[in-house]
Design a binder for this molecule. Sequence first.
Ligand code: ADE
Length: 226
Amino acid sequence: MRIDILSVVPGLLESPFAHSILKRAREKGKAEVYIHNIRDWASNKHKTVDDAPYGGGAGMVMMVEPVVACMEELRSRRQYDEIIYMSPDGELLDQPMANHYSLMSNLLVLCGHYKGIDERIREHFITREISIGNYVLSGGELAAAVFCDAVIRLLPGVLNDETSALSDSFQDDLLAPPVYTRPAEFRGWKVPDILLSGNTPEVEKWRHEKALERTREKRPELLKKH
Ligand code: ADE
């Protein structure tokens, strides 16, 4: 999978892709992530990428020309499955959406900044808007990093244990059950006996019951689907 991310603050995106699972996914060639600085496509000598809104009002708007120049250059080299704009106006990201995008080959992700992007970019280029929650971030970069993480970790061969993405919280609309590791007892706090029993079917049954119990307690709305 290839993801091209367009940003006016590319530095914000460096760290999330330089560590842990996303780093490994890139090194293994499972995910290619390219971060483009929109400013490189600005045509004026000051490399301006934002301007005041027509009609007045506070804040600046991301200009249409540099964004379109960047998108058209990228689009001339390959076909994108989706051109995504990270925005609080978008559809809320959830696990089925992450699963859906993990099957794609080429994604282009635009991060907004300032007061937003010139509406003509949305009308003529954006095929989907995605939000990571009902709150406003200073820009789309952190949201893009969240989106890419949720998608890339699902690509085959990215996680060491192939089944571990399938047993995540939300893959079956249930939260994950509690997990423990050594020592079996710490300050008198014991790991449940069943997990030390070696009885795999009973362990699985216990995990499912705990997942249900936890979901009922913390996120009862998820159980409506069951
Ligand atoms: N940009 C600013 N806020 C955002 C949000 N909540 N989700 C996605 N992109 C955003």
